[in-house]
Design a protein around this ligand. Structure first.
Ligand SMILES: [Zn+2]
Length: 121
């Protein structure tokens, strides 16, 4: 019995999910540390510029965490779609998403045309 294409995609997605979860965990750890550093340095005037830099990187970190979380949600939705047998079907037009696109973006929810239309809006 050979693995079906969606079984292979599921393996890729599960691997991707593990990587994302790992990244998010590291990111949260770094954010905590940056916040702690900032609290320690508050009040020390010559460190103010440096502290401001930490706030900056913290804000960047939060938006990166949001991006990773969004990606993780999409990966989980794709894994669910495989389990429910509706993987690879465009969420907008209901046509099958081409294999090349799923190969490039395994968590794609839409075909290229529908994705472009969505992004133009
Ligand atoms: Zn479509």
């Amino acid at each position: 019995m050979s693995a079906s294409p969606s079984t292979k995609q599921k393996e890729r997605l599960i691997e991707l999910r593990a990587r994302l979860e790992n990244n998010i965990e590291h990111l949260r750890h770094d954010l905590d540390r940056a916040q702690q550093q900032l609290a320690d340095e508050a009040g020390s005037e010559d460190r103010l510029a440096e502290a401001a830099g930490l706030v900056q990187s913290r804000e960047t970190g939060v938006s990166l965490e949001e991006q990773l979380s969004t990606l993780l949600e999409r990966v989980e939705a794709a894994i669910l779609a495989i389990d429910e047998g509706r993987y690879g079907i465009c969420a907008a037009c209901g046509r099958p998403i081409p294999d090349e696109r799923l190969e490039a973006v395994p968590y794609a929810e839409r075909c290229v045309d529908c994705q472009r239309k969505k992004e133009k809006r």
